[in-house]
Design a protein around this ligand. Structure first.
Ligand SMILES: [Zn+2]
Length: 90
């Protein structure tokens, strides 16, 4: 069970249990755990900051075409399931 939001201005500090699932125009997609972003020395402030800064590891384009914010506590089964489907696409 996941809760999906789409609020680019959401502050990362308010959603530490979420994952931002980003998709590139080339079709590549990847999840980024908010708690990991917040652990950086100079963490991004909002979801928009993250989505605009990200660079696709497939085609090198900067900025995600689309994104979803998914509630997913650390170690959650849904997150592992998504990781599995990502690996199969590769
Ligand atoms: Zn790409």
């Amino acid at each position: 069970m996941v809760t999906q939001l789409k609020r680019g201005g959401t502050r990362l500090t308010t959603i530490p249990q979420h994952v931002i699932w980003m998709e590139c125009g080339c079709g590549r997609n990847a999840p980024v755990r908010v708690s990991h972003l917040l652990a950086c020395d100079n963490p991004p402030e909002t979801v928009t900051d993250v989505v605009e800064r990200v660079r696709c590891s497939g085609c090198g384009v900067r900025g995600a075409k689309d994104f979803r914010i998914v509630y997913n506590p650390e170690g959650g089964a849904a997150f592992n399931a998504m990781r599995g489907s990502e690996q199969r696409q590769d």
